[in-house]
Design a protein around this ligand. Structure first.
Ligand code: SAM
Length: 311
């Protein structure tokens, strides 16, 4: 369905947990997120079904880290059964991907986005607080073998921290059928982000001038390629090129609250309608209708780390 600004809202990001097994420097402090406040697969199915009846056809499962949930395959399987849901993707840090890739594919998962900010072991450890780069790289291989596609790597570059590793990340797209996407650092951590750390999409294009724009623009990413590349390079520039006028997404948080815009703290509790689908649909429609026109990251922090809302 369309919101008040004529945008077709068709994409639901479902955060299934606030828990995470990593502690990324830009993602906000991890509080003791509680497992018992998470929604069961049955409740997630009920909610997503209601969203599907409001025009949602694409679901991305995220977190926290979605693969810390042992019932992740049941969540995927139940989502797969919902009429109207055409594609299901997951965003993961990849640490448990080698364990789950096959099972998730069988449950109905289409695609995987893996967050990987560096291919250098010590930089990776510094960024995430964990020495698990090898596990993540094995996870990427396992996802590829399982036939999960498209496979995308998401990287956030920070000047003087991991920006010198951009070339190595780009080489992954050169050598494999994997898209590597650079996301501009957003001001989410509880201390606020130092804007001097941001590596903009334009800076990446200046440094890697062999990247040539492709026609394809999918959602928030603009894609580039180069001679001989098997995968694409994507730039997601929420800071320097606002894409709110094309925003087609809405978020379901791990406690059942709905967040219509990442840039605002406003959330809506729809759990009180869980046993009455018609009321649930009516509430969701109202929330979609009133989705804000855009964020204001350039002037202020959104206040909540993506570990809470799902990236
Ligand atoms: N745990 C999963 C993962 O690591 O992919 C899913 C959640 S994570 C919050 C989703 C995405 O948000 C990751 O790709 C991460 O890089 C991105 N992200 C988190 N904080 C960010 C920030 N301040 N600016 C830009 N991207 C951020």
């Amino acid at each position: 369905m369309k919101d008040n600004f004529g945008r077709e809202i068709s994409y639901l990001r479902v955060s299934v947990t606030q828990r995470c097994n990593l502690n990324c420097v830009y993602c906000g402090k991890i509080e003791c997120a509680k497992k018992d406040s998470e929604l069961s697969p049955e409740i997630i199915e009920k909610l997503v079904r209601a969203f599907a009846k409001c025009g949602i056809n694409k679901v991305r499962i995220t977190g926290g880290e979605p693969l810390v949930r042992k019932d992740i395959c049941e969540i995927i399987g139940r989502t797969r059964e919902i009429e109207g849901i055409e594609t299901i993707g997951i965003t993961t840090n990849g640490v448990y991907l080698s364990e789950y890739a096959n099972e998730m594919k069988k449950a109905g998962l289409d695609s995987v986005n893996i967050s990987l900010d560096s291919t250098d072991g010590s930089t990776y450890r510094h960024l995430t607080g964990s020495d698990v780069l090898t596990k993540v790289l094995e996870g990427i291989d396992a996802a590829e073998r399982a036939g999960l596609a498209p496979l995308k790597i998401n990287a956030v570059l920070m000047k003087g921290v991991n920006s010198d590793g951009a070339g190595e990340l780009i080489n992954i797209a050169r050598n494999r059928k994997i898209d590597v996407r650079f996301i501009e650092l957003m001001p989410f951590s509880d201390d606020g982000e130092d804007s001097s750390l941001i590596v903009t999409g334009d800076e990446i294009l200046r440094e890697f001038s062999f990247l040539k724009p492709m026609q394809s623009e999918e959602g928030t990413a603009k894609y580039y390629s180069a001679q001989g590349f098997k995968g694409r390079i994507g730039l997601i520039n929420p800071i320097t090129h606002k894409f709110c006028s094309d925003c087609n997404r809405i978020r379901l948080l791990s406690d059942g609250k709905v967040k219509p815009c990442l840039g605002y703290d406003t959330v809506y509790d729809i759990m009180q309608y869980i046993d009455c689908e018609s009321s649930l649909i009516e509430e969701i429609k109202k929330i979609i209708m009133n989705k804000p026109s855009g964020h204001s990251f350039e002037s202020e922090s959104a206040g909540h780390g993506l570990n809470k809302t799902g990236g």
